[in-house]
Design a binder for this molecule. Structure first.
Ligand SMILES: CC1=C(CCC(=O)O)c2cc3nc(cc4[nH]c(cc5[nH]c(cc1n2)c(C)c5CCC(=O)O)c(CCC(=O)O)c4C)C(CCC(=O)O)=C3C
Ligand SMILES: [Fe+2]
Length: 370
């Protein structure tokens, strides 16, 4: 809570008068599942069989995705963290695909008199799905809501210490949960969401950013884990949650296929480190904790899964850090831009053509050209 001392030293967030948490959204009851999937996949050429299959994942969890509850928990922690730092700023929440929708959040912000809000998205890396599509959503809402507040997306944060460091501790913790006699030989299997290779090819300013960013985070997490554990670990990047038509190439190998190969090579223990995900949403609780864990069990491998940042205090503080950094930038200062590893902190505004939309050319907010 805000003490007088905290208020006196509070960092400035001017020119912003609100923060918006922008996320994916997920169903909350069985009747939501099909309309949610229709929202997500409208015009995207996802085969019907894949939709039925993904629907089953949601029904298997009572028709309720974990993602909205995780965002509610994050929202609560962001508010507490800002207040503790003496920052008095309203925080709103809106989703791309499910209630509460972005548009409703922006209507509410407008009613409350918000003029200019910073936007934090729950996806850390660069790709059409995780970057430009949110920028398109922001451009759409600016057209749908007359006199909407200005909405300025905060930079991608995959290499921010508040994202990387929780994964280091989580990996050490997951290693400690393996049977002691297998811990020494465990391999680290870093996992992210597969995307079409064509989407990777157009990600970031120069292409290939999605893969390059993950490789950089993997190297950073692995080297910190090795330093803490005092030994090296074999590590590699694999993928989960492939969808799309079978003839369209997506990033590989799939985590399950790779576990089969590792078992055949004699590997008896793995730690899955889901660096592609900010919290334990459906891909994590189904594709990893249910499906990949069953694969490992079938193969007789010991496996644990490292936790995602979720509401780790360092991840919550990352939100404030990005906000304060960007606010300073907008006031003409040159703030420190925290970043770990071999890639620089990402730009505030995306370059022309960054994370291109492969289907159609649509307006996107928060670019140098928008
Ligand atoms: C890179 C990436 C992230 C990570 C970045 C970020 O977090 O934003 C992400 C997140 C998420 N994806 C999610 C759910 C779904 N994604 C789908 C489909 C797709 N995702 C893609 C990519 C990504 N997706 C792609 C290239 C497609 C193909 C269709 C298309 O080109 O757009 C489909 C359709 C069915 C299927 O095909 O699986 C669903 C249901 C949920 C909610 C989970 C929950 O409920 O807890 C979340 C957080
Ligand atoms: Fe997805």
């Amino acid at each position: 809570m805000s003490t007088p001392e905290a208020l006196a030293q509070a960092p400035s967030v001017a020119p912003y008068d609100a923060l918006l948490l922008l996320s994916f959204g997920g169903p909350e009851k069985p009747d939501d599942v099909v309309p949610f999937l229709e929202n997500v996949t409208r015009g995207r050429g996802i085969p019907r069989e894949r939709l039925v299959e993904v629907g089953e994942h949601y029904f298997g969890f009572g028709g309720r995705s974990p993602i909205n509850d995780q965002n509610r928990a994050l929202l609560k922690e962001i508010r507490a963290d800002l207040a503790a730092a003496g920052i008095d700023l309203p925080v709103y929440w809106g989703n791309r695909n499910w209630d509460p929708y972005l548009r409703d959040a922006v209507e509410e912000m407008k009613r409350d008199g918000v003029q200019r809000a910073a936007v934090f998205t729950t996806s850390a890396y660069s790709s059409y799905s995780s970057c430009r599509q949110y920028r398109e959503n922001l451009a759409d809402v600016a057209l749908e809501v007359p006199d909407a507040p200005r909405l300025e997306r905060l930079r991608q944060y995959y290499n921010h210490p508040g994202f990387v460091e929780p994964f280091v501790d989580a990996t050490l913790d997951a290693l400690a949960r393996l049977p002691e006699e297998l811990r020494e030989e465990a391999q680290l299997v870093f996992v992210t969401h597969s995307i079409p290779t064509a989407m990777n090819d157009t990600s970031g300013r120069d292409g290939g950013a999605y893969l390059a960013q993950h490789l950089s985070v993997m190297a950073e997490v692995a080297s910190r884990v090795e330093a803490a554990a005092g030994r090296e670990f074999a590590h590699e990047l694999v993928y989960c949650s492939r969808s799309g038509a079978p003839h369209v190439p997506w990033l590989e190998p799939d985590v399950n296929d790779r576990l089969e190969e590792l078992a055949a090579e004699g590997v008896r223990a793995v730690v899955m480190v889901p660096i592609g995900f900010v919290s334990d949403h459906m891909e994590v609780v189904y594709d990893l904790d249910t499906e990949a864990m069953a694969t490992a069990a079938k193969l007789g491998m010991a496996a644990t899964r490292a936790s995602t940042p979720g509401t780790d205090p360092r991840f919550v503080a990352l939100v404030r850090d990005l906000l304060v950094e960007r606010a300073a930038q907008e006031r003409g200062r040159q703030p420190r831009r925290a970043a770990l590893g071999d890639l620089p902190a990402g730009p505030d505004l995306c370059a022309v053509g960054c994370c291109a939309n492969l289907r159609e050319s649509r307006p996107a907010a928060c670019g140098v050209d928008s």
